[in-house]
Write a protein that binds this ligand. Structure first.
Ligand SMILES: NC(=O)c1ccc[n+]([C@@H]2O[C@H](COP(=O)([O-])OP(=O)(O)OC[C@H]3O[C@@H](n4cnc5c(N)ncnc54)[C@H](O)[C@@H]3O)[C@@H](O)[C@H]2O)c1
Length: 297
C-alpha cells in the first residue's frame, strides 16, 4: 500500500514547476488530487497525468477559489493534505516598488496561503469535534530563502514569505489539538520563476529539478509528518535541512530600573562597532548547503 492511499490532497499552483512536481509525487504515493492554478494549458496537462484528479482553476487569493477547492476535496472523501504553493514575483528595489507590485505579491502568497488555511483548519476542527478525536491533517506551506536572507530586490516577496513562516507557526500551535500538522519549506528549483536566474538545465539529470523537492512534501504529507509540525525546511538538490529557531544573540540589562537613552547608547555602542553596519538578522547558512545549485562547485 502506498503511503498516501485513501488520502485527498489539494495543491495550489499545480500547473507547472514545483506545484506540478509535488502533485505528481503525491499522486504517485496514492493520494487523490485536487489541482488549482490559474486557468491554462499547464493545469490541463498535469490533470491529464493524474487519474481522477479534480481541477479547480482560479485565483488562489479569492475566498471562492478556496471554497471550491475544499468542496472538491469533500467530493473525493474529505481533505487530508493542503499544499500551498502558488506564487508570483514582482521584483523591484523597495524605493522603486509600485503599490501594485507590493499588493500582488502579498496577495497571491500571503492571502493565498491564508484563505486555504482558514477554510481547511475550520473544516478539520469541525471534523475533529464530530469524531471526538484529532483528524489526519497536513499543511505544507511554501516559504523561501528570500525571507531568510532579506533579499534586497524582493522586499515584497521576502515579506510575504516571512509572513508565511509566521502563519505556519501560528497554525501549527493553534490547531495541534485537532490533529493539524503545519510545516513550511524553502525550496530551490529551476522553474519558470527562477529560470532566468538559474539558466538552462544541464544535459542529463538536473540537480535543480523540481522533482528533487517533491519527496520532502510527500514525506511531510505522509505518516512521518504526524510528528513534525511548526518546522521550516530548506530543500536544495540532494539536501534537506531543518532550521533552528531564531536565538537571542545578547541580552543587556539596565543598571537601574530601566534604560536611559545615554546608558543604552553607551552599551549598544560597544557592541555594534562595524562601519558601515551590515544587517544582523540574516541567515545565509543555507546558501552553501548545496553550492552546486548556485552554479558553484
Ligand atoms: N523555484 C524556486 O527556486 C523557489 C524558491 C523559493 C520559493 N519558491 C516558491 O515555490 C512556489 C512555486 O514556485 P515555482 O518555482 O514552481 O514557480 P512557477 O512560476 O513555475 O509556478 C508558480 C505557479 O503558481 C501559479 N499562480 C500564480 N498566481 C496564482 C494565483 N493567483 N492563483 C493560483 N495560481 C497562481 C502560476 O500560474 C504557476 O503555475 C512559489 O510559492 C515560489 O515562491 C520557489
Amino acid at each position: 500500500m502506498a503511503t498516501l492511499d485513501g488520502r485527498v490532497a489539494v495543491v495550489t499552483g499545480a500547473g507547472q514547476g514545483l506545484g506540478a512536481a509535488e502533485a505528481l509525487a503525491l499522486a504517485a504515493a496514492g493520494a487523490r488530487l485536487v489541482l488549482n492554478d490559474l486557468p491554462g494549458p499547464g493545469l490541463d496537462a498535469v490533470e491529464a497525468q493524474i487519474d481522477d484528479a479534480i481541477v479547480c482553476p482560479g485565483d488562489i487569493a479569492e475566498w471562492s477559489t478556496a471554497e471550491a477547492l475544499l468542496a472538491a476535496a469533500e467530493d473525493l472523501g474529505g481533505l487530508d493534505i493542503l499544499v500551498n504553493n502558488a506564487g508570483v514575483l514582482r521584483d523591484r528595489m523597495i524605493f522603486s516598488m509600485s503599490e501594485q507590485e507590493w499588493d500582488t505579491v502579498i496577495r497571491v502568497h500571503l492571502r493565498g496561503h491564508f484563505v486555504t488555511t482558514r477554510l481547511a483548519t475550520a473544516y478539520w476542527r469541525k471534523q475533529s469535534k464530530i469524531n471526538g478525536a484529532p483528524v489526519y491533517a497536513r499543511i505544507i506551506n511554501t516559504a523561501s530563502e528570500a525571507f531568510l536572507l532579506g533579499s534586497a530586490g524582493q522586499p515584497n516577496y521576502a515579506a510575504a514569505k516571512g509572513g508565511i513562516v509566521a502563519l505556519t507557526l501560528a497554525t501549527a500551535r493553534g490547531c495541534a489539538r485537532y490533529g493539524v500538522r503545519a510545516n513550511a519549506i524553502c525550496p530551490r528549483a529551476r522553474t519558470a520563476m527562477t529560470g532566468s536566474l538559474m539558466g538552462p538545465p544541464p544535459e542529463g539529470p538536473d540537480p535543480l529539478s523540481p522533482s528533487r523537492i517533491a519527496p520532502l512534501v510527500t514525506c511531510l504529507a505522509g505518516p512521518a509528518g504526524e510528528r513534525i509540525t511548526g518546522e521550516v525546511f530548506v530543500a536544495h538538490g540532494d539536501v534537506v535541512a531543518v532550521l533552528g529557531p531564531p536565538t537571542v544573540r545578547a541580552a543587556f540589562h539596565a543598571t537601574g530600573d530601566q534604560w536611559t537613552v545615554d546608558e543604552l547608547t553607551a552599551t549598544l555602542g560597544k557592541v555594534f562597532t562595524a562601519d558601515p553596519p551590515s544587517p544582523g538578522f540574516v541567515c545565509s547558512e543555507t546558501l552553501p548547503l548545496a553550492a552546486y545549485t548556485l552554479g558553484e562547485d
